[in-house]
Design a protein around this ligand. Structure first.
Ligand SMILES: [Zn+2]
Length: 145
C-alpha cells in the first residue's frame, strides 16, 4: 500500500501542524484511489481540507472526526472531482503512531496520516490503514512528488 502526496499537500499538512501546536490539528485527504483501478498505482492525495478539532476536553491528544466533518469533506471532494481517501492529524510531542483512541475511532479503507510535531517543528509523517476487522493497522508507505 502506497500513498502519494503532492509537495503542496505535504507542506500544507506540516504548516497546519506547526500552526496548531501544542494542540492536535486534523483534516481530510482528497485525491484518487489509484489502487482501486487494479494497476498497483498508489493512492494519490492532491488536496486537503483542514478541519476544526472540536474536542474541547482534550485538544492536545484527542482527534475525532464528526459526521459534519465527513459531509463537509465529501462535498469538498465532489466539488473538485476528487474522492475522500483519508484523514490526517498531528501528534504533538508524540511519535506518529496510532493511539488506542485513534484505533477505536477509525474506519477501515481510509488512509490515516499522522504527523509528529515536536516543539512546534513538524517531524516524521506516517500513514496507516485499519484492518477490515479493526484488529490493527498496516503501515502505508508515503511518497512525495
Ligand atoms: Zn492520534
Amino acid at each position: 500500500m502506497r500513498l502519494r502526496l503532492t509537495t503542496h499537500v505535504r507542506d500544507a499538512i506540516r504548516n497546519h501542524g506547526a500552526r496548531g501546536y501544542p494542540n492536535e490539528v486534523c483534516g481530510a485527504l482528497l485525491g484518487r484511489d489509484g489502487a482501486a483501478e487494479g494497476n498497483g498505482a498508489p493512492r494519490e492525495v492532491t488536496a486537503v481540507v483542514p478541519l476544526e478539532n472540536r474536542r474541547e476536553d482534550s485538544p492536545r491528544n484527542r482527534f475525532s472526526v464528526t459526521p459534519e466533518d465527513v459531509l463537509r469533506s465529501e462535498r469538498a471532494a465532489r466539488e473538485q472531482n476528487l474522492e475522500l481517501v483519508g484523514w490526517y492529524h498531528t501528534h504533538p510531542d508524540h511519535p506518529p503512531r496510532p493511539s488506542e483512541f485513534d484505533r477505536e475511532h477509525a474506519w477501515p479503507w481510509y488512509s490515516y496520516l499522522i504527523l509528529g510535531v515536536a516543539a512546534s517543528e513538524p517531524g516524521e509523517m506516517k500513514s496507516w490503514r485499519l484492518a477490515d476487522d479493526r484488529s490493527g493497522y498496516a503501515a502505508e508507505s508515503i511518497e512525495v512528488g
